[in-house]
Write a protein that binds this ligand. Structure first.
Ligand code: T4K
Length: 389
């Protein structure tokens, strides 16, 4: 089988190498930023205190505010979503070589976090209707080496948390959710981060809520907070006392200040995203061969992504549409193609069953530009180009 070879130029070379401020280009996303003066006011005291990092005032304040917003009982702020996931997995001290049942239809971070902990990902198929792990296929993959289930609330679509919890309880497994996309999502009246043993969020610039780079782990066990504190700060517990082997994965004060500013506006940002999402739906509804990938209707949506599926009846395949959009300066993305299980660093090294649905989604999905500052005429342009096929 031919595997795609990654080259920088295949990705968003325009973003990496050319002028991103060129307003004719429409990228898949654009960060939400608070009013400039507000951020400047917020960081001014740092020039007086000189306390720029190491669990400073803003770090602690943001932890408290996020606990409330995300409706979780414990939360630890980290340098990014990936390190949140890597360290949460580490905090459970699973035996080396343990198997973790997960999804290949995700950003590569999810799989890296498992493998970098010397555990083995076991790839389970997803459901075609929303892209989340197929809970009915998990049990058949459990062996005596299985230690955890690591599902992803992909695009903020909520996994079948009750069924997954039931399977985990019956088999004495931990459940760690990759909720990188699910900031602010509520399910059955509860914050999504309150399900499972732990959940991680990403606050990367490209997310619904950002701290420039950043992330958090949410959970209910206070002991996990203490362990993560050690892991994210070299295990330091006193000037002359190192309690644990740790790394450096703390969120700094500039990032936390950005988070505090952005948090004030996140409800408005999500509302604006919804307006744009609704406009897309209206304009694209009824186009033959273009399908929407929706989440669970019992859950709230944060409108972080707008994935569509390009089916045969459309007349052009996904890659042709992707290219045609690019020719028109629209940089939609194939989130998530290739499957992580197909990446050269993982391919044929780990177990998987039939991942037919995941493969089919990966081959058909296209994530259209969606961000709060996206203009109506830009959405109309995207839809006009899609309609023209
Ligand atoms: N788990 C899952 C399921 C995830 O999706 C992610 C991250 C993680 C874990 C790990 O969380 P973090 O460690 O990242 O916190 C982007 C993001 O970098 C990544 O955070 C995200 N998922 C992933 C789905 O998308 P790329 O490589 O596609 O990003 P990039 O640099 O190509 O940016 C996409 C577009 O965004 C650009 O075309 C332009 C725009 N952009 C980007 C940046 C960085 C801006 O307008 N401004 C910016 O500063 O990964």
């Amino acid at each position: 089988m031919l595997l795609p070879i990654f080259r920088i130029s295949d990705k968003d070379s325009c973003m990496k190498e050319e002028n991103i401020t060129n307003s004719s280009r429409i990228f898949v996303t654009r960060p939400s930023l608070p009013p400039y003066e507000e951020y400047i006011e917020m960081i001014r005291p740092l020039w007086e205190s000189y306390l720029l990092t190491n669990m400073g005032k803003y770090h602690r304040e943001l932890e408290e505010k996020l606990k409330e917003y995300l409706q979780v009982s414990e939360l630890s702020l980290l340098v990014n979503g990936h390190m949140a996931l890597e360290l949460v997995i580490q905090a459970f001290d699973f035996p080396e070589g343990g198997e973790v049942i997960t999804t290949p239809f995700t950003f590569v971070s999810t799989t890296h976090a498992i493998v970098r902990n010397r555990l083995k990902p076991v790839f389970c198929d997803v459901k075609p209707e929303d892209g989340t792990i197929d809970e009915n296929k998990i049990e058949a993959m459990i062996t005596e080496d299985t230690v955890a289930i690591l599902p992803v609330h992909v695009y903020g679509h909520v996994c079948n948390v009750s069924q997954i919890q039931r399977i985990a309880n019956q088999n004495n497994l931990k459940v760690i959710y990759d909720a990188a996309h699910a900031f602010g999502v509520r399910y059955k009246g509860k914050g999504i981060g309150s399900y499972g043993d732990a959940s991680i969020f990403s606050f990367h610039a490209t997310k619904v809520f950002n701290t420039i780079e950043g992330g958090a782990a949410a959970f209910s066990d206070r002991k996990l907070y203490d362990r993560l504190y050690n892991l994210k700060n070299f295990g330091i517990r006193g000037e002359e006392f190192v309690a644990d082997v740790g790394t450096n994965a703390k969120m700094n004060e500039f990032a936390a200040a950005m988070g505090l500013c952005n948090l004030k506006y996140v409800t408005i940002a999500i509302r604006r995203r919804k307006e744009r999402y609704d406009l897309y739906r209206e304009k694209l509804e009824g186009i033959k061969g273009i399908l929407f990938l929706d989440g669970n209707t019992d859950a709230s949506n944060n409108y972080g992504y707008f994935p569509i599926l390009v089916e045969k009846e459309y007349g052009e395949d996904r890659d042709e549409l992707y290219n045609r959009l690019r020719e028109n300066n629209i940089y939609a993305r194939k989130y998530f193609y290739p499957l992580t299980s197909d990446q050269t660093c993982f391919h044929e090294k780990y177990k998987f069953t039939q991942i037919v649905n995941a493969r089919s989604l990966a081959n058909k999905v296209l994530t259209l530009p969606l961000f709060e500052g996206l203009e109506k005429k830009q959405i109309e342009k995207v839809c006009r180009i899609i309609k023209r096929a």
